[in-house]
Design a protein around this ligand. Sequence first.
Ligand code: ZN
Length: 127
Amino acid sequence: MGEREPRRTPIFFMSVIIFMLIMSLAALLLAIEAYLVQGKLEIINIILSASALFLATYMFIQIRRRSISLGFETLKVSTIIQCLKCDYRNVREFEKGDYILRDAGSCPKCGGTLIIHSIFRESKEKD
Ligand SMILES: [Zn+2]
């Protein structure tokens, strides 16, 4: 069973990309302005800023897409209930207030005490 931490969009990474986007856009505008006003065609500047802009936009879209798809990834938390007397075992969905070793009623098989044996989280992902 592979248990993983849910991926979150790192805010720092996101702000670096947005900063890059703004800077490359500014550089591109400056290069265009230099061409229009002074008649200087700074090909290298234009290519560099355009590719940086493209890269930043691409990364931005990738991150957005990933964080959107994350929202649909359901994290299911399950609770395992076990009987203290017999081998009865049941897995049900986690309910608020569940904690390990908590009394969970009586066993349907032998009438013994049921306790919460463990609580685990499983992430369901499409392969
Ligand atoms: Zn039992």
